[in-house]
Design a protein around this ligand. Structure first.
Ligand code: PXP
Length: 236
C-alpha cells in the first residue's frame, strides 16, 4: 500500500502569519525521503493555503508523484495545464467549507466533467476523481475516462467504532472492489489517521492512501520524518 502525503497544512501554518515558513516543498522532500510515494496538495479558489508559487516549486522538486487536487473549473484547468502535475484530482469545493466535504457528483455533472477530463488527458495528465461509495457514481467516472478514483473515507473516519462505522467501512470495501473490477486504479482518503487507518489498509484493492491532517498534526510535535515513518509502519 502506497502512502501519498498531503502537505496543505504546512502552507496553512505559513499563511496563519503570511510568512515564508514553513516551506511546504521542504516538508514534501522530507516526506519523500522518509518513504512517501507521492505528494498531494489542494489549490483552492481562495488560495487559503497552497498557491501557484507552491505548485511551481513542488513541480520542480517532487521526485515521486505530484497530485494536485482542484475544482473542475476553467481557472483550475489553466493552472493544471501550466503546472502539469502527474495527477489532477478533481474535487468538489465550497468556499465556506473547512475541508472537502464529500465526493464529486459525476452522474449529475458528466457533461462538464467529461470534456474537462479529456482536456487533461490530452495534455498527458492522469486524472482522479474524489468520489463517494455509490457504484453508479464510480461507473460514471469510468465512463468519462478517469484513470483512477479516490474513494472518500471521510464518512467511515468520522464515525466512532460500532455498527454504523462498520457499515461505512463495508461501503468503502464494496466501492473499492467494484472500481478495481471495472479497470480503475483505486485510492482512498480523507479523515484517515493513526487510529482508524487499519481496516482501510486491509482492503486488497486499495493501491494508495492520501493522508494529510493527521500526519501534519503529528509532524508538528515529532517531525515530518517520524510522522511519515509511523504511518508507513501501519500501511506495511
Ligand atoms: N483526499 C481529498 C480529496 C482531500 O480533499 C483531502 C483533504 O485535503 C484528503 C484526501 C486528505 O484528508 P486528511 O487531511 O483528512 O487526511
Amino acid at each position: 500500500m502506497r502512502l501519498a502525503v498531503n502537505i496543505d497544512h504546512f502552507a496553512t501554518l505559513r499563511e496563519a502569519r503570511r510568512a515564508a515558513e514553513p516551506e511546504p516543498a521542504l516538508a514534501a522532500l522530507l516526506a519523500e525521503q522518509a518513504g512517501a510515494r507521492g505528494i498531494v496538495c489542494h489549490i483552492r479558489g481562495d488560495r487559503r493555503h497552497i498557491t501557484e508559487r507552491d505548485l511551481r516549486v513542488l513541480r520542480q522538486v517532487v521526485k515521486t508523484k505530484l497530485n494536485v487536487e482542484m475544482a473542475a473549473t476553467g481557472e483550475m484547468k489553466a493552472v493544471a495545464l501550466e503546472i502539469r502535475p502527474d495527477v489532477v484530482s478533481l474535487v468538489p469545493e465550497r468556499p465556506e467549507e473547512l475541508t472537502t466535504e464529500g465526493g464529486l457528483k459525476v452522474v449529475a455533472n458528466r457533461k462538464v466533467l467529461g470534456p474537462h477530463v479529456e482536456a487533461l488527458r490530452q495534455a498527458g495528465i492522469r486524472t482522479s476523481i474524489f468520489i463517494d461509495t455509490s457504484l453508479d457514481e464510480i461507473k460514471a467516472a469510468r465512463e468519462i475516462g478517469v484513470d483512477l478514483i479516490e474513494i472518500n473515507t471521510g464518512l467511515y473516519a468520522d464515525l466512532k467504532e460500532g455498527a454504523e462505522r462498520q457499515k461505512a467501512l463495508e461501503a468503502v470495501r464494496a466501492a473499492a472492489e467494484f472500481g478495481h473490477t471495472i479497470g480503475l486504479e483505486v485510492h482512498g482518503g480523507h479523515g484517515l489517521d493513526y487510529r482508524n487507518v487499519g481496516p482501510i489498509v486491509a482492503i486488497p484493492e486499495m493501491a494508495e492512501l492520501s493522508i494529510g491532517f493527521a500526519i501534519v498534526a503529528r509532524a508538528a510535535v515529532v517531525g515530518i520524518e517520524r510522522a511519515v515513518l509511523d504511518m508507513l509502519a501501519l500501511l506495511a
